[in-house]
Design a protein around this ligand. Structure first.
Ligand code: AMP
Ligand code: GLY
Length: 434
């Protein structure tokens, strides 16, 4: 087979998707829209907006694209699957109605309640119920979690320690419209305590397979301090979860959720990202996303030995029943960011020292926010590069050393990274928690 594939997006996740797809024997041509200098190593980049569905459709027809793989949530939530499907173009990613599982927190919560999927207790309030919301917050137990219903670029969740701070957040959302219409509804949720992890179920709506479980580091500062970010690092290995936990996740979470979506005529096709937490009362869902995680994907895909394109192709063709994935080894991803991220930061600084690292075993540098200008590689975003080390044989301490050695060799002005990525994995193995 010679499949022509188009990946949509421009971050480290899409660089990892292109890298893995490029290794497939089934691949014909690989394209990326809009891509970045990293994806340019494995794919041909084309500068088209990811929200311009018509131009993407024309591109697919012109280039005879057999499969479109979507990275970010926005085009999925706004209906790229439904749009391209009308023209017979196959797409790895859910329909608009199934992508609501990420596009609307209250939709996801109501589905979970209906199907008895364990999750935090919640109450939903719409913008005209602000007084009811205030009354609820007056009598609530703290901390409590406030979430805007719609997409908010990872910034729509606030954990509030007391009534006053929760009222402030509520007013920012409902009165100052900080999140625009995404904040027309809020979900107020019980605070859950425990270890978080991410599980990725690749599914054709009926059958599914699990990729390597992973953890990401969401906070900007060491020891999980400071603001939430898109993710400052990740690691993945199969023994992160034991068999009992995997069975619990399958039976209590993934299977009823897929069934619930089928029951409302929105069978889910693509990857269901389950953001989970191990509480003392069992594993619960923190959130679902309708796409691959970033930066988890950068770790997860380096531990996959099976043909990734074959998996994606079988998913869109409803043919997952016989698929058995070969997953092996472990991986760590360290994000190099621009100082100031997730708030204001400068960009346009030259990146040096990266090319010497390109041919090293067990190491790969994915690009997130970079750009080529006048033959120079420049910083172009908050998260700039992802340094990934992976191995079947080496242990986590070697991988940690690898990524931090590389991080020191790469230079750009205002480079910032966390110093504790991977230590949690070490502690888990040492304490034999997993
Ligand atoms: P979300 O965008 O829903 O993943 O939330 C972002 C982060 O907020 C999560 O990864 C958690 O760390 C935290 N969070 C969300 N919901 C809860 C909850 N119910 N209890 C505790 N922490 C939460
Ligand atoms: N790593 C978090 C996310 O992709 O949403």
């Amino acid at each position: 087979m010679n499949l022509n594939v188009l990946v949509i997006g421009s971050g480290g996740r899409e660089d990892a998707l292109c890298w893995k797809i490029s290794q497939s024997n089934l691949l014909g041509e690989l394209y990326c829209i809009p891509g970045n200098p990293g994806t340019g190593r494995w794919a041909k980049n084309f500068l088209i907006s990811i929200n311009d569905f018509e131009s993407i459709k024309n591109f697919c027809i012109e280039k005879k694209v057999d499969l479109v793989v979507v990275g970010p949530e926005l085009p999925l939530v706004t209906g790229i699957e439904d749009y391209l499907s009308q023209f017979g173009i196959k797409i790895f990613g859910p329909s608009k109605s199934a992508a609501m599982i990420e596009g609307s927190k209250s939709f996801a919560k109501e589905l979970m309640i209906k199907k008895n999927v364990p999750t935090a207790k919640f109450k939903k309030f719409s913008i005209d119920e602000i007084e009811d919301a205030k009354k609820f917050l007056l009598n609530a137990n703290y901390p409590i979690v406030l979430k805007v219903d719609g997409l908010a670029g990872g910034k729509g969740v606030t954990i509030c320690d007391n009534y006053n701070s929760s009222i402030k957040v509520l007013e920012e959302i409902f009165i100052n419209k900080k999140f625009g219409d995404s904040g027309n509804i809020i979900v107020v949720e019980e605070f859950l305590d425990g270890e978080e992890f991410s599980v990725f179920a690749v599914t054709d709506g009926f059958n599914y397979v699990l990729l390597t479980p992973a953890q990401d580091y969401k906070r900007i500062g060491d020891n999980d301090t400071g603001k939430n970010t898109g993710g400052m690092g990740s690691y993945a290995f199969n023994n992160l979860l034991n068999q009992t936990q995997i069975e619990e996740i399958k039976k209590n979470i993934i299977e009823p959720t897929l069934e619930g979506l089928r029951e409302i005529n929105s069978p889910y096709k693509g990857v269901l990202y389950c953001g989970l937490i191990q509480t003392i009362n069992g594993i619960k869902v923190i959130e679902f996303n309708c796409r691959f995680g970033d930066p988890e994907t950068q770790s997860v895909l380096t531990t996959l030995n099976s043909d990734f394109l074959d998996l994606l192709w079988k998913t869109v063709n409803g043919d997952l029943s016989e698929v058995k994935l070969e997953i092996d080894g472990k991986a760590i991803c360290l994000v190099l960011a621009s100082e100031g991220y997730p708030d204001e930061f400068e960009k346009g600084f030259e990146i040096t020292g990266i090319y010497d690292l390109e041919n090293k075993d067990d190491l790969i540098i994915f690009h997130a926010g970079t750009i080529f200008k006048d033959n120079k590689l420049l910083t172009n975003g908050g998260r700039v590069l992802n340094v990934v080390s992976y191995s079947r044989e080496k242990n986590f301490s070697d991988l940690i050393k690898n990524v931090y050695d590389a991080a020191e060799k790469i230079n750009f002005k205002n480079k910032y990274y966390r110093k504790d990525i991977g230590l949690k994995a070490l502690r888990k193995i040492d304490s034999q928690l997993f």
